[in-house]
Write a protein that binds this ligand. Structure first.
Ligand code: HEM
Length: 435
């Protein structure tokens, strides 16, 4: 391990381990945009429609799941010096199971057919089980003091709860409608997925990558030590309130815990924005801008969540859920992941080429691997897509320009990632010829 950076780069897995996930992720988001274009404003009539459920999972499992699983396979060995055992086999199996699993789940929702949902359950259940066991073992062995590792442990636990609840819900769709409180179970599943898996992973990874890539001071120790655990505890409390009989006790109890969860995420967003203001290099780059935009969207989503707590009329307003979901998923989570891909991908290509090309030819630098103008074009499209999407919750015809902007931005993201990967392949060929 390098004592200055705290990284164990010698433990990095082969490049295809994370890249197979990174290169697949934008294609799912593109499918989601195409679905939105196809169904148009009627999508916003209700969150329970089959195309909405399909779209949600193309984004949460397809885009975010792929990118986050890929990032964890890369980061566990490098940040913790604790590699996932047999990374190539695990990556192949997990990727090979999740891809058809997500497509079948989305297809099953869309067509209203039980068989694809049943197949999806087997594929997604097995794929996630392999990932959770492999990542869990690596996290178990990792040194316990690393704050990113603490965040990742809680995130993997959150993912496990989400997957179990998802499978329970899917069994309801795939066989008989046996669940009586399926609305509450869906809300619990969505809460664990977004606030127990996506949120804590972003938080855990930020502790390491924000100071390292954006040259900011470190996150406060009190935050890195307590926040993820506290969030996990609060989510357990939310789940416990779900067991209380509906009515006088359940409602205020859920409200108090929800307020605490909002406060925890708001603290993270505000501290991140403050640290970024105190960064050493004053120029802004694409990753920084994506990250700031993501934090602003997270804060807006939290304000809407608070408004729902304070004014039940707003929470009950048609499409309030949509605005919050667009801001959280597309505005916060996709932006942060997108920004991070623009740091990790050129760095990994540069790093792998360096070991291959030493003494053969000069290693291309990171600005050549991932040129700034291409990243900026894609970033501006994304920055235009998110507010348009959020506003489509108020005026549904805006879903058309929003989906067009979002879809185009995802095509550009795929093009940028593929062009960088092609540079790797071309140079790797040179190395084999030169050796
Ligand atoms: C094995 C993986 C998963 C399966 C089988 C699954 C299954 C389901 C099912 C069947 C529903 C619909 C419930 C109903 O209407 O009866 C649902 C809803 C939902 N799921 Fe998943 N899910 C999985 C993973 C995830 C993950 C990882 C996330 C988030 C990161 C997520 C986020 C959501 C959300 C937000 C909803 C609510 C959608 C809405 O209100 O329109 N799911 N899931």
């Amino acid at each position: 391990m390098n004592p200055q950076t705290g990284l164990s780069l010698d433990q990095a897995p082969p490049i295809l381990v994370p890249f197979r996930f990174f290169l697949s992720a934008p294609l799912f988001a593109l499918l989601a945009a195409l679905l939105a274009l196809w169904f148009g404003p009627s999508l916003l009539d209700s969150r329970w429609q089959p195309p909405v459920l399909a779209l949600t999972h193309l984004m949460t499992l397809g885009f975010l799941g792929m990118a986050m699983v890929g990032a964890m396979m890369q980061m566990l060995p490098v940040l913790a010096g604790s590699p996932v055992a047999r990374p190539v086999g695990v990556a192949r199996a997990v990727h090979g199971l999740l891809i058809p699993g997500v497509l079948l789940l989305a297809g099953g929702f869309l067509l209203g057919m039980p068989l694809p949902v049943r197949l999806a359950m087997a594929l997604l259940g097995t794929g996630f089980m392999i990932f959770i066991v492999a990542a869990g073992l690596s996290l178990w062995r990792a040194p316990s003091g690393n704050p990113s590792m603490i965040g990742m442990r809680f995130a993997v636990a959150g993912l496990s709860v989400t997957v179990v609840l998802g499978l329970v819900l899917a069994s309801n769709t795939g066989w008989a409608w046996w669940l009586t409180r399926w609305v509450q179970v869906t809300n619990l599943h969505a809460t664990w997925g977004l606030l127990g898996w996506v949120g804590p992973l972003v938080i855990g990874v930020s502790y390491q990558v924000v100071p390292m890539f954006q040259l900011t001071p470190a996150y406060p120790k009190s935050m890195t030590r307590w926040l993820s655990g506290m969030l996990f505890l609060l989510l357990l409390l939310v789940s416990a309130t779900f067991l209380l009989p509906e009515g006088r006790v359940q409602e205020p109890a859920t409200r108090v815990v929800a307020l605490l969860i909002v406060a925890a995420f708001a603290a993270f967003a505000l501290v991140t924005l403050r640290l970024q203001l105190r960064r050493r290099r004053k120029q802004s780059d694409v990753t920084l801008l994506f990250w700031r935009f993501g934090m602003a969207c997270l804060l807006l989503a939290l304000v809407l969540g608070l408004a729902g707590q304070a004014m039940p009329a707003w929470a009950g307003a048609p499409r309030a859920d949509f605005m919050m979901a667009f801001l959280f998923i597309a505005g916060f989570a996709v932006s942060v992941v997108n920004g991070m891909l623009y740091k990790i991908v050129p760095f990994l290509i540069w790093f792998h080429l360096q070991s291959l090309l030493i003494g053969v030819v000069r290693v291309p630098n990171m600005k050549v691997i991932m040129p700034e103008p291409g990243m900026r074009r894609q970033m501006w499209l994304h920055f235009a897509a998110v507010p348009t999407l959020a506003l489509s919750a108020l005026w549904p015809p805006l879903i058309y320009p929003a989906a067009l902007l979002f879809g185009t931005s995802m095509i550009l993201l795929e093009v940028n990632l593929l062009s960088a990967f092609r540079i790797y392949q071309q140079n790797a060929k040179l190395a084999t010829k030169g050796s």
